[in-house]
Design a protein around this ligand. Structure first.
Ligand SMILES: Nc1ncnc2c1ncn2[C@@H]1O[C@H](COP(=O)(O)OP(=O)(O)O)[C@@H](O)[C@H]1O
Ligand SMILES: [Mg+2]
Length: 212
């Protein structure tokens, strides 16, 4: 009697998700770095419910409809192509695992538009499966809304940190990204209140804006 089976993709995605997105803070770090890789000059993050609900919008290059559909597939990346590229990485990401992982453990709405598109595209995803795709009017760039992170992985949800601890961690990651990228405008709102804001006018301003 054989007992070994290849796991169904939705199961293997959920397992992989546990490694890439351990908690709201690690998810947010991946999303900010995607926005930076897209060349954004402005990144706005809003968080609620200890980071289980978030929205991140950027002014980056955006994605075409086809790219948007591919972006939530596993091992889908625009950042490398060959093994050789692994020795010359100039982006934060390259594994193509973050969006697929996050998508598989949340309810997601992605909307995006590139410079050469007249309309943007909006895509709804539930537990990794696309449930709706339509045209939408929006600026060039990308917005990703995530609701109910870990809604389908109750074990993971049980071991989350307290909301306030998570907010401290989110602020810490956000502040590091803002300081490391002082020419990008960063805005963080927590439960509707402005928490961190930089103008994207260089490191001296960023330090002043963050630490006063
Ligand atoms: N904010 C964004 N703006 C433009 N493209 C994005 C954005 N986020 C993700 N993408 C696209 O989706 C792909 C998959 O993202 P991700 O799963 O994080 O993998 P990786 O960053 O390792 O390539 C990226 O390679 C990129 O092409
Ligand atoms: Mg990435």
């Amino acid at each position: 009697m054989n007992r070994i089976r290849i796991l169904d993709e939705s199961v293997s995605n959920a397992i992989a998700a546990g490694e890439v997105v351990e908690n709201p803070t690690s998810m947010i770090k991946e999303l900010i770095e995607n926005s930076l890789d897209a060349g954004s000059k402005e990144i706005k993050l809003e968080v609620w419910n200890g980071g289980l609900d978030i929205s991140i919008s950027d002014s980056g290059c955006g994605m075409s409809k086809e790219d948007l559909l591919l972006s939530i597939e596993r091992h889908a990346t625009s950042k490398i192509l060959t093994k050789e590229d692994l020795f010359n990485i100039r982006t934060y990401g390259f594994r193509g695992e973050a969006l697929s992982s996050i998508a598989s453990v949340s309810k997601m709405i992605l909307s995006s538009r590139t410079e050469d598109m007249q309309n943007g595209t909006q895509m709804n995803v539930l537990g990794g499966k696309v449930t709706n795709l339509k045209d939408t009017q929006r600026n060039v760039g990308t917005q990703i809304e995530i609701k109910d992170l870990f809604y389908n992985t109750p074990a993971r949800k049980k071991f989350l940190r307290k909301e306030n601890t998570e907010y401290l961690n989110i602020k810490d990651v956000f502040l590091r990204e803002a300081l490391a990228n002082p020419n990008v405008k960063f805005i963080l709102n927590i439960e509707g209140k402005e928490s961190i804001k930089t103008s994207g006018n260089g490191i001296e301003n960023a330090i002043l804006e963050i630490f006063g």
